[in-house]
Design a protein. Structure first.
Length: 137
């Protein structure tokens, strides 16, 4: 009787499931990562139940927590706001002004900014808020 030698077993590593898992992890981390919308000016918008989305934002006035004023991300004093706002109104087709103010600012400052915007020719004032669902992070 003649014996056959040992048969060689062909061992290969199947990496297809490993590649699938790497892609699933990549998609998970891409979808779950949080991106900052406006990294420059840190404000906490007040919450409103009836907030609406306004898609066009030409002229935006930011009022930060420490009462600093920004017109389209350019820092200004209250005295310079009127002239720059009037110039921005002349260059824009949209005559409405969006005010994004921190919820902790002084109400008197907000009223002064609204008054200056009306004097500069704003036809509409929009006070930016966030909805209840935006509070859940």
């Amino acid at each position: 009787m003649e014996f056959e030698g040992r048969k060689k077993v062909n061992q290969q590593l199947n990496i297809a499931p490993l590649i699938d898992m790497v892609f699933l992890l990549l998609i998970f981390f891409m979808l779950s990562s949080h991106f900052v919308d406006q990294p420059g000016i840190k404000i906490t918008l007040p919450t409103a139940l009836t907030a609406k989305v306004h898609p066009k934002e030409d002229i935006v006035i930011f009022i930060s927590r420490d009462n600093k004023l920004y017109l389209n991300k350019k820092e200004l004093s209250l005295n310079d706001l009127f002239e720059d706002l009037k110039g921005a109104m002349g260059n824009s087709d949209n005559k409405s002004v969006i005010i994004k103010a921190d919820e902790t600012i002084d109400l008197g400052l907000a009223v002064q900014v609204m008054d200056l915007a009306k004097k500069a020719g704003a036809e509409g004032l929009i006070v930016s808020t966030k909805t209840e669902k935006d509070n859940v992070e």
